[in-house]
Design a protein around this ligand. Structure first.
Ligand code: NAP
Length: 282
């Protein structure tokens, strides 16, 4: 498919809106560091234009594509192959173009796993009782990571109870599901809490649930990274929890895609992290 050996490569991200995405910052950084002859372009694609635009992208011989809201599920009908994480999560965030075929991947589970290990190198899944707030695509990715690594106990709480039950049915019957109003019981003796709702995202309603009841020295992870100090993490700090925002997950989920597109291993560096932090509205 990539006819000329030294021709300029193209990769990008599609979504609507697209201006907020940090993906170009990350990929352009690695493109430069690895001396790759490539343009990484953010493209605003409306829902109704998806079919037409994905056809152009294929014809233009893109190396790869990141997918953001609102296309993460709709894109699947234009893909020739769906990798295992996409089947579990039900959505794609990364595409690979291979000999005219489009392969759908979801690198959020990879991103979350690496966030966890980077920040808590001695994390022992088998001793952890975990509570996940949310039951969307990101909650599925996070649940998948905990289950795959043999977590001791996993609980999910979501505003829409049925969506949480669906994760239990799809992923593992051992998941314990709580009604949103029953958060006090859900938090009892928990050692890791993850916010995978959009509560606390820049411009969204704040996360204002009291996290009392968690074990001493517990971990709080917010998948949100804008703002850097989220309302969920502010709640966690009240209970002396060890806190991490979603920036590392963002970088690691990008890393896996880049690696597959260009066949080289980009580095996670503190310089890259600082570049993204500086771009985030305080
Ligand atoms: P999604 O599928 O749209 O799910 C959104 C979740 O937020 C649902 O559980 C929804 O509950 C909940 N929610 C929304 N508004 C709420 C409210 N007012 N009260 C209570 N719950 C509410 O989105 P997603 O893809 O899973 O993403 C979730 C979050 O993770 C987003 O903030 C996203 O930015 C972040 N994320 C970060 C990374 C990263 O790399 N750091 C990667 C993926 C996602 P209902 O089901 O009841 O509607």
């Amino acid at each position: 498919m990539h006819k000329e050996k030294n021709c300029i490569k193209i990769a990008g991200v599609i979504g609507d809106p697209i201006a907020h995405t940090r993906s170009p910052l990350i990929h352009q950084y690695w493109i430069k560091k690895n001396n790759i002859n490539c343009f990484y372009v953010p493209l605003n694609v409306k829902l109704e234009e998806l079919e037409k635009k994905i056809k152009y992208i294929k014809e233009l011989d893109f190396r790869g594509l990141n997918i953001t809201i609102p296309h993460k599920e709709n894109i699947l009908k234009y893909c020739d192959d769906i990798l295992e994480p996409v089947k579990v999560i039900g959505a794609a965030n990364t595409l690979y173009f291979n000999n005219g075929n489009i392969i759908a991947d979801n690198t959020d589970a990879y991103g979350f796993y690496n966030l966890l290990i980077k920040n808590f190198p001695n994390y022992n899944f088998k001793k952890e009782t975990v509570l996940i707030f949310g039951a969307g695509g990101a909650a599925r990715a996070v649940s998948y990571v905990f289950l795959k690594n043999g977590v001791s106990e996993i609980r999910i709480i979501n505003r829409n109870f049925k969506k949480a039950i669906k994760i239990k049915e799809d992923l593992d019957k051992k998941i314990i599901v709580y009604e949103w109003s029953n958060y006090k019981n859900a938090l009892k003796n928990v050692s890791t809490v993850v916010n995978s709702t959009s509560l606390g995202n820049y411009g969204s309603e704040k996360f204002n649930i009291d996290l009392g009841g968690v074990k001493d020295n517990s971990i709080a992870i917010d998948l949100i990274y804008n703002p850097l100090r989220t309302s969920f993490l502010s709640q966690a700090i009240k209970y002396n929890m060890r806190v991490v925002n979603g920036l590392d997950m963002l970088i690691y989920q990008a890393k896996k895609g880049f690696q597959n597109w260009f066949g080289c291993k980009p580095s996670y560096t503190s310089e890259l992290k600082e570049i993204i932090e500086k771009s985030i509205i305080k």
